[in-house]
Design a binder for this molecule. Structure first.
Ligand SMILES: Nc1ncnc2c1ncn2[C@@H]1O[C@H](COP(=O)(O)OP(=O)(O)OP(=O)(O)O)[C@@H](O)[C@H]1O
Length: 336
């Protein structure tokens, strides 16, 4: 910041967050994921304003889903990048998808690809405290368990050599809205955000305002704290579960063939249910390519105490698990 008068509370907040949490090291190349909405334009401008202090090499990345409503958006962001004199990278989807989950997956993969190709160590997204509150509620309703409730984290590895960072997790959408207005930033209005057919939008526009009015005006902060506390719990539990799984799998490592993998029931029995479930989920993630669900974890957990020869019904692809004495044996398909 050259002029002190431009320094607002939100600048101070972000600067402090970056220092305390050590999210972005100084003087590094930083790729900012810009969707064109208020949050990412706010983040981009804030990082530009902080740049003289931190000396990053900033750039913008945009992922074009080729959705009809986004026509002209990529050009708009490119112009914004030009007006700020920073590099602009664009990835365009090969296939148009309407699934929110598939679009997100492609986006993160595209961002990772740009970062690796052009050697950016960080990809930064503008998820806010409001996004985090929505995610907590959304995942609570879907039944993801604690892991889903802590899912929007400050940072995580994106691809080899690239860290995904979310520095705005303590800033609300209201604050980013006020900032873009004050700064006259050219926000692209996303018609999709208004569409109440999507669960996320109903949570944003109906559920959270209701909770704010009738229960807690600071509900977003409260949900953010919940996510923060759960994150540490989950990290702890996952580490303990990994060690349980490794013991229960004996000498087998993750790289061994997945045709006949097994778990020792005597070792699993010594652990509490929370760790048994986690160890089994980790085991399933190793042995089957498909996403693991609650019923599958419960079916195998039941085998820890089940009589000899008990077996689960078939998993996708014909795989199943069966008790053989002290062991739960995983078979990828009949006859393996
Ligand atoms: N098309 C895009 N191109 C580049 N970055 C994007 C794009 N869409 C979203 N982002 C980045 O991701 C952030 C979050 O956006 P959004 O909430 O739409 O994503 P999401 O992946 O659906 O979020 P969540 O992970 O909470 O489900 C944005 O602030 C922006 O930084």
């Amino acid at each position: 910041m050259s002029q002190r008068s431009d320094w607002t509370l939100i600048h101070a907040h972000l600067h402090q967050t970056l220092q305390q949490r050590q999210l972005l090291a100084p003087s590094r190349p930083v790729l900012v994921a810009v969707s064109g909405g208020q949050d990412s334009l706010c983040l981009m401008k804030l990082l530009l304003d902080l740049q003289p202090k931190w000396k990053w090499q900033l750039a913008i990345a945009h992922c074009d889903h080729r959705w009809p409503a986004d026509k002209g958006l990529a050009d708009h962001i490119e112009q914004v990048a030009q007006s700020w004199a920073i590099p602009f990278y664009l990835e365009i989807a090969d296939q148009v998808t309407t699934s929110e989950g598939a679009a997100r997956q492609w986006r993160y993969q595209a961002l990772g690809k740009i970062a690796q190709t052009y050697q950016y160590q960080y990809v930064v997204t503008a998820h806010t405290q409001s996004d985090r509150a929505e995610t907590v509620l959304y995942n609570l309703i879907r039944g993801t368990g604690v892991d889903g409730l802590q899912s929007l984290t400050w940072q995580r590895p994106l691809v080899a050599g690239v860290q995904l960072v979310r520095p705005l997790l303590e800033v609300t959408r209201r604050e980013t809205g006020e900032f873009v207005e004050q700064q006259h930033l050219p926000v692209w209005l996303d018609a999709y955000n208004q569409d109440l057919r999507y669960a996320r939008n109903r949570i944003r526009q109906e559920v959270l305002p209701y909770l704010k009015t009738h229960f807690n005006p600071r509900v977003e902060t409260a949900l953010g704290h919940t996510a923060e506390l759960l994150r540490a719990d989950v990290e702890y539990l996952e580490t303990a579960a990994r060690s349980l799984r490794e013991q229960a799998m004996g000498s087998m490592s993750e790289n061994e063939p997945t045709t006949t993998l097994k778990l020792n029931r005597l070792i699993l029995r010594q652990a509490d249910l929370a760790l048994q479930r986690r160890a089994i989920r980790q085991f399933l993630t190793i042995v089957q390519p498909k996403a693991t669900n609650f019923e599958q974890i419960e079916a195998i957990t039941a085998l820890i105490e089940a009589p000899n020869r008990s077996r689960t019904s078939s998993f996708p692809g014909g795989a199943s698990a069966q008790v053989e004495g002290d062991w739960i044996i995983w078979r990828n398909s009949q006859g393996d």
